[in-house]
Design a protein around this ligand. Structure first.
Ligand code: DGL
Length: 271
């Protein structure tokens, strides 16, 4: 039974193609794993949606990932991790292990920055849900979390504005906000943000550690698979990439997030 399960894919989902930054890190860390990726491009952006809407989308996506026999479902979106993780975990039950992108980074913060002041940037949903704050407080390690919603950043990146003067101005305007004063590290709490990590690092000039969760999450998935003897021994079959709404521009943008182009299949969540 365990033997069979090893060969099952890892399901990964996001509001769109931003979660491909996490998928890329997973394949780098776990090259023998097959992935099924779902980008909910019909409902993008999640960051401005209600908790109830994100929960409904997430459950529908899990139906597809379970149909594809995923052994793990990774919510590769901070907004969905904040809004729907507990519900999805209950919904999926024992059919697959559900992981999110928030817990691994919170554990990392606990190990690396006890007693320090840490910043968080993310969508309105992620920041206003206070999920990061609650989880950091639960560590009880005297860590102060200062957060600031940065809703323009994901849209800006989707529109191709990064590593240029426009993105520099927007990043500067957000990071200079007094809400983030005095931080020693900054969590990039959105799966789009690895694409602007260099510009954020340039803003801080080495004075603040900039934490991109994708590698930390990939390592967490690897540890889970190995501890539970679920890691695949060799890659069998092809990765699959689904989107709920298809445009060529999404397909072209996958190269930016995934570092190589992929073929997207259209899979509407509601017929
Ligand atoms: N990738 C999503 C996240 O990690 C942000 C984009 C969106 O608002 O849908 O929060």
């Amino acid at each position: 039974m365990v033997q069979e399960k090893k060969a099952q894919p890892i399901g990964i989902f996001d509001s769109g193609i931003g979660g491909l930054t996490v998928a890329k890190a997973i394949l780098k860390e776990l090259p023998n794993e097959r992935i099924v990726y779902f980008g909910d491009t019909a409902h993008l952006p999640y960051g401005d949606k209600s908790t109830a809407a994100i929960q409904a989308y997430s459950v529908k996506i899990c139906d597809l990932l379970l149909k594809q026999h995923c052994k793990v479902i990774l919510i590769a979106c901070n907004s969905a991790s904040a809004a729907a993780y507990e519900l999805v975990k209950e919904y999926v039950g024992s059919k697959a292990k559900v992981l999110n992108v928030i817990d691994p980074i919170v554990n990392y913060i606990g190990k690396t920055y006890p007693g320090k002041t840490i910043g968080l940037i993310g969508t309105k949903q992620t920041v206003n849900s206070n999920v990061y704050r609650k989880k950091v407080d639960d560590l009880n390690l005297g860590i102060e979390l200062k957060s600031h919603a940065t809703p323009l950043l994901a849209a800006m990146i989707e529109e191709g504005f990064f590593n240029d003067s426009i993105s520099e101005s927007v990043i500067h305007a957000y990071l200079s906000d007094p809400a983030l004063k005095g931080i020693e590290a900054l969590i990039l709490g959105c799966t789009h943000y690895p694409l602007i990590k260099k510009q954020i690092e340039a803003y801080y000039q080495g004075k603040v550690d900039v934490l991109d969760a994708s590698m930390i999450v990939a390592e967490h998935v690897k540890n889970y698979l190995q501890a539970n003897k679920l890691a695949s021994d060799k890659l069998v079959g092809d990765h699959k990439f689904y989107v709920s709404d298809f445009t060529h521009s999404f397909e072209e943008s996958t190269r930016i997030f995934f570092k190589r182009q992929v073929h997207l299949e259209h899979y509407p969540l509601w017929e």
